[in-house]
Design a protein around this ligand. Structure first.
Ligand SMILES: *[C@@H]1O[C@H](CO)[C@@H](O)[C@H](O)[C@H]1NC(C)=O
Ligand SMILES: *[C@@H]1O[C@H](CO)[C@@H](O)[C@H](O)[C@H]1NC(C)=O
Ligand SMILES: *[C@@H]1O[C@H](CO)[C@@H](O)[C@H](O)[C@H]1NC(C)=O
Length: 146
């Protein structure tokens, strides 16, 4: 997962981060469908005594379902539910929401990642595809403590 090493070079802080992974179809036909559209909400500020929530919404415009794993990464060690990984079947017209509730006691850079995988027994009858090309999408925010 070499891309994780690149994650923390970029720097941004935003309340709502929206990213799309496009399927590389013929532009002339203007029928590009979004493989994954991801929206991430995270607070810009926090203090050590309050629980904060990062919310991720993912959807697809593909006709086929995909198996995706969603997780967070940080440049500091964060205990507990921050480390949860959610693996689900993502299908058209069925957006998924994931929540991570946790505490941080120092300023952190946080990456929210959604990755397409080929894991079995997640989608019904394993009816899922793995699109060609990039298999992940991520966004980075900074939560300032203090
Ligand atoms: C932590 O933040 C919450 C919500 O913003 C605030 O109500 C609380 O007073 C803060 N606590 C400290 C110790 O700053
Ligand atoms: C933050 O909390 C962790 C454990 O929860 C502790 O090991 C660490 O020293 C704390 N850092 C600060 C800056 O208080
Ligand atoms: C993590 O990233 C934040 C935001 O860029 C920075 O303020 C903090 O010093 C970094 N912490 C570590 C341990 O690198």
């Amino acid at each position: 997962m070499h891309f994780l090493q690149l994650l923390f070079r970029a720097s941004s802080a935003a309340l709502l981060l929206v990213l799309c992974l496009q399927l590389g179809t013929n532009k002339a036909q203007e029928n590009t469908r979004k493989v994954i559209k991801m929206e991430v909400q995270m607070p810009r500020r926090a203090n050590a005594s309050e629980e904060i929530t990062v919310k991720m919404n993912v959807k697809t415009e593909l006709l086929e379902c995909m198996v995706i794993t969603s997780y967070l990464r940080s440049n500091i060690t964060i205990q507990g539910p921050f480390n949860y990984r959610f693996t689900t079947c993502l299908c058209k017209n069925a957006p998924r929401n994931f929540y991570w509730d946790f505490h941080i006691n120092e300023t952190a850079k946080i990456a929210a990642v959604a990755q397409i995988t080929a894991q079995l027994d997640i989608c019904p009858n394993n009816e899922a595809v793995v699109p060609l090309g990039q298999k992940y999408i991520y966004t980075i925010g900074t939560i300032t403590v203090g």
